[in-house]
Design a protein around this ligand. Structure first.
Ligand SMILES: [Zn+2]
Ligand SMILES: [Zn+2]
Length: 380
């Protein structure tokens, strides 16, 4: 008969709601070691507890069932009215609900069978067996100068990454597996409970009968943390905030799985003179009243050096002149943006007596009111 408990499955297994399949398996394994009826003969509460954790594991380890459980707070098959075929007659007339597991015909499943069917090894053996897992991506921040971003640069970067262990070739174990001395390779040892003895999986080798020697260099992880200096090529024209990918320089995968990538989030320091918008550059250039009025050829700074710009006669403050293809090379196409020169007319110092005289004369020659149109448009 299915367990009628409504205890939270996650709480039962002692895992978070975000627990991975691996977390669940390991939680279940630990609890099964504690509560399996074979290990607790005659203990009804352990039996009940085992049924519950079995049920919780059955639901949570199945993606579809888990989704249903997360949504509704229960999984229907395991509540009253669920599939009767799930129940099996256990030893001593105790009914076990093994949920979706198929343990084969006959009575209850011994701890040993459960162990070998689902866990393929216990703690000691598993710790020295590395699972195949792709290396994760790494992300670093890199601050570069404005000019470095414009021209592109190769930077040396110190990166801490997980690299395959050379000592064990990433397997986490050294040498060939040895026969377990605790169980003589049978995978089973005897455990005493009162005056009775029970066969249980060997705790030394986890029931595999074999012992592997964990690699000392990587502590059986198959990977070691290593600081590596990597030459990173930052392409010309890279924009602030963009990510540059360095393929294969993330963490190494284990057991031959592919490595991750290294991503660099590029920050560009601001320039005191140039402002960048896309691939175009903007620079404010002061000109005198005479240059603005009469026109002039002046020198302006560009990222290539100095360039000559012609200021047309009658240029006002705020007017923009375009220098074609003097901007930043596009990181994608390589074609350059433009540079815009924004004219800033600088008035002469009014403290100079000759300047005051000349300005008064200018006023008498060109007495136009520059605000005439403004009032007309404003309607005041
Ligand atoms: Zn190693
Ligand atoms: Zn053993």
């Amino acid at each position: 008969m299915p367990a009628k408990t409504k205890t939270d499955y996650y709480e039962l297994l002692g895992v978070s709601r975000k627990a991975s399949t691996k977390d669940l398996r390991s939680a279940f394994r630990n609890l099964a070691r504690k509560y399996h009826p074979d290990l607790n003969p005659g203990d009804k509460s352990a039996e009940e507890k085992f049924k519950q954790i079995q049920e919780a594991y059955d639901v949570l380890s199945d993606a579809k069932k888990r989704q249903m459980y997360d949504q509704h707070g229960f999984y229907s098959e395991h509540f009253p009215g669920g599939a009767p075929g799930d129940a099996q007659e256990g030893p001593g007339g105790v009914q076990f609900d093994f949920g979706g597991f198929d343990f084969g015909g006959g009575g209850g499943t011994s701890f040993r069978d459960l162990f070998s069917q689902f866990f393929r090894g216990g703690t000691s053996a598993e710790s020295s067996v590395v699972e195949r897992e792709p290396g994760g991506d790494l992300e670093y921040q890199l601050e570069i100068d404005f000019q470095e971003a414009v021209r592109g640069i190769v930077k040396k970067l110190s990166v801490v990454r997980l690299d395959g262990c050379a000592a064990c070739h990433g397997t986490g174990a050294i040498g060939s597996p040895q026969t377990c001395t605790a169980c003589n390779g049978t995978g089973v040892i005897q455990q005493a409970a009162g005056r009775m003895r029970f066969n249980v999986p060997c705790t030394r080798c986890g029931g595999t009968g074999k012992l592997r020697t964990p690699c000392r260099t990587c502590n059986g992880e198959g990977r070691v943390r290593r600081t590596e200096t990597i030459d990173v090529r930052i392409p010309a024209g890279v924009a602030g905030g963009s990510r540059v990918r360095v393929p294969g320089k993330g963490n190494s995968g284990t057991m031959g799985a592919p490595p991750g990538d290294l991503y660099l989030r590029v920050e560009v320091k601001p320039h005191p003179v140039f402002e960048r918008k896309g691939d175009d550059l903007f620079v404010e250039v002061p000109v005198t009243v005479a240059e603005a009025t009469l026109g002039a050829k002046i020198e302006v700074p560009t990222i290539d050096g100095r360039s000559v710009v012609r200021i047309p006669p009658g240029t006002n403050s705020g007017q923009r002149l375009r220098l074609r293809e003097k901007g930043v090379p596009s990181a994608r196409s390589g074609t350059r943006g433009d540079q815009y020169v924004e004219v800033q007319v600088v008035v002469p110092k009014p403290t100079d007596e000759r300047v005051r005289t000349l300005m008064k004369e200018l006023e008498s020659v060109a007495p136009d009111d520059p605000r005439k149109d403004l009032f007309t448009k404003a309607g005041v």
